[in-house]
Write a new protein. Sequence first.
Length: 292
Amino acid sequence: MSATVIDGRAFAAKVREQVGEHVTRLKEAHGITPGLAVVLVGEDPASEVYVRSKGKMTLEVGMKSVEHKLSAQTGQQELLDLIDALNNDPEIHGILVQLPLPDHLDEDLVINSIAPAKDVDGFHVSNVGLLGTGQKSMVPCTPLGCLMMLRAHHGSLSGMNAVVIGRSNIVGKPMAQLLLGDSCTVTIAHSRTKDLPEVVRRADIVVAAVGRPEMVPGDWIKPGATVIDVGINRIERDGKKKLVGDADYDSCAAVAGAITPVPGGVGPMTIACLLANTVTACCRANGLEEPE
Ligand code: NDP
């Protein structure tokens, strides 16, 4: 068997196109331009790349993009004051603080100072609680992108066994909540899980969000299962730099029914969902109908 490759790049392009159409309607019918502010503290090279491409794509779909680049020495109060100003800026509908923050800053305090309605990353404790109780919330972008691809591939996910490997607040836990919301039977695995291969072999859907290059081999995968690979790991092989996921692509693709590649799978969907969340936040702020 050879797995269907779920093309995250093509899927994300379609989502961005829909976002762009919605932005055009908001401008033409209501004179409103959705605005996204991204805050970057410090000079982490990977974060700088993400922020740049978020800014570029925000502009491409016709939205307003604001970037605040602060020095690594920025104090807590200075950052909180900036977030407060963005919370009160009517032209800004989404605020994203790029993580990780330098160690001297309190990440929880910073994230929870973002107005929940503008928290387009969905990390504010209010949004986490709303998602957990099945209420309307801002949904974290990476798991949202995974869910959209799963729904597009399978239609209904009801009754499927899903195993999420990883229990972080930004990927594993919200992913599990979303799959539960779609009536999967969900197992969350982590570094203390006993007999992980056996746990994974029961899954119709495997979401790998571990941060360990190629950790999941094909012989852990039930034939025909869908593998969603969230991992982004930079490795060096044969003297060349390479991006790989948390699943061993070749051996998993030989057994799975469908798989997301790295790069070109979950990554592009994350930014597309960020743009979609910003439009949603803008519509909610203005009492307008939201995109589906
Ligand atoms: P974290 O490091 O926060 O969490 C990793 C999780 O994996 C933890 O829950 C940890 O368990 C678990 N884990 C680690 N080792 C093992 C093991 N040997 N067996 C089972 N579980 C294990 O990572 P993130 O959730 O932030 O990110 C995960 C991956 O996804 C990374 O590669 C990251 O780069 C990528 N990522 C990709 C995004 C995208 O847009 N595509 C966005 C965000 C992240 P424990 O809790 O017990 O320590």
